[in-house]
Design a protein around this ligand. Structure first.
Ligand SMILES: *Cc1c(COP(=O)(O)O)cnc(C)c1O
Length: 398
């Protein structure tokens, strides 16, 4: 073991991180070691649905941790049964499998589709996914993703994914062959910069997949659990997918993800799927606390209202600073900057104590806690206004 010269050096350097160490969070606020406070409009990438360390999750974890952590994935446990039932009662799906990360849930969705193909469609195994899509960082989910930067990495890729164009139904039709078993997409492409599939496109996809006997898989890891103002995004389009994955927001800050399937699509047999920590009672207790809170109609209504308020404030900002459109739905929104100034805006906002994210150089993404207040929204907008004013002045000088 070599002596690490700085505590940061003991971690693999997988991304550029600001040199701050975070020690505490509550609601929309985070504090670093020096005591500096940050207003958080990233929330761990749309993870902390109820903000930082909400009492309902802290209480659920404390109570469950004193009771039972892991009996064994080969035994039933109370919280996983309760959460499975709660998910099924609130969705169009009939069965669930719990996972520990979004990528793992998507791996499960891919395996389930391939299993379906082997049982019912003469071994059909190809899945049509989309350019710009993001489904995770395991080998199969990177292969399913349509992210340009992934293309040269970790070759050879897992075969069996063909990429269509979002909102272009003809591009999907053109890829269907006898080997096709499913179509998989994010209803709003999050990592690509918040690019929504239209409700019309989602309905066209449902009709097309039905006509060809293909499974429709929604990756709702970013859009699910109230993020867009409905409990699940598919409700906006008035359609029902065959398979859905949840991650991020369902755990409200702890590692929990879910693979959900309709009775027809739920075809795993013994030995096909499993995992040591899958469905452990500790994480499921947290998930249940989140789901019960978020699925209340008055909670979803408040999220929708907050989303409309952020959207209209961003539109005003955009008009004031000559920027582009506001995209997205609910509290998953992006502001088009029209220029590749995202990273510098993010860094300046960070210095001012506001956390926002730039998924692409020309866009800012906003994904605050679902229970963010109007006052917190106004504070964030005020800070962004000041940062954009400075950036504009700097451009005039340059
Ligand atoms: C974040 C994300 C994933 C991957 O989830 P992890 O928990 O990071 O593995 C997959 N799909 C979408 C749409 C995501 O936003």
């Amino acid at each position: 073991m070599t002596y690490a010269s700085h505590p940061f050096d003991a971690l693999m350097d997988i991304t550029a991180r600001p040199k701050a160490v975070f020690v505490r969070g509550k609601g929309s606020y985070l504090w670093d070691e020096s005591g500096k406070r940050y207003l958080d409009f990233m929330q761990g990438w749309a993870v902390n649905s109820l903000g930082h360390s909400p009492d309902v999750i802290a209480d659920a974890l404390a109570a469950q941790s004193a009771l039972l952590l892991t009996p064994s994935p080969a035994f039933y446990n109370g919280p996983s049964l309760k959460l499975a039932k709660a998910l099924i009662e609130r969705s169009c799906f009939d069965q669930v499998f719990f996972a520990n990360s979004g990528a793992e849930a998507n791996e499960g969705a891919i395996k389930l589709a391939r299993k379906y193909g082997s049982l019912y469609k003469n071994g059909a195994h190809e899945i049509i996914t989309f350019e710009g899509g993001f489904h995770g960082r395991t080998l199969a989910t990177m292969s399913a993703s349509g992210k340009k930067a992934f293309e040269p990495l970790f070759e050879p890729k897992v075969p069996g994914f063909r990429k269509a164009k979002l909102n272009d139904i003809e591009s999907v039709k053109a890829l269907i062959t006898r080997s096709t078993v499913a179509v998989m997409l994010e209803p709003i492409q999050g990592e690509a910069g918040v690019w929504p599939a239209t409700d019309e496109f989602l309905r066209q996809l449902r009709a097309l997949t039905r006509a060809h006997g293909l499974l429709l898989i929604f990756d709702e890891i970013q859009t699910g659990v109230g993020r867009t103002g409905k409990l699940f995004h598919y409700e906006h389009a008035g359609i029902e997918p065959d398979i859905m994955t949840l991650g991020k927001g369902i755990g409200g800050g702890v590692p929990l993800a879910v693979l959900l399937a309709t009775e027809n699509a739920s075809c795993f047999e013994h030995g096909d799927q499993g995992g040591t920590f899958n469905g452990n009672p500790l994480m499921c207790a947290a998930g249940l606390a989140v789901l019960e809170t978020v699925s209340r109609p008055e909670f979803l209504k408040a999220t929708t209202d907050a989303g409309l308020f952020v959207e209209s404030e961003l539109q005003k900002l955009s008009a004031r600073h000559g920027l582009g459109d506001v995209r997205g739905r609910g509290l998953l929104l992006a502001l088009d900057l029209k220029l590749p100034i995202g990273p510098s805006i993010v860094a300046q906002a960070f210095a001012e104590g506001v956390l926002i994210n730039s998924p692409q150089p020309d866009a800012l993404r906003f994904m605050p806690a679902l229970n963010v207040t109007r006052e917190e929204i106004s504070l964030m907008i005020g800070c962004l206004d000041a940062v954009l004013t400075k950036a504009g002045a700097a451009r005039q000088v340059a």
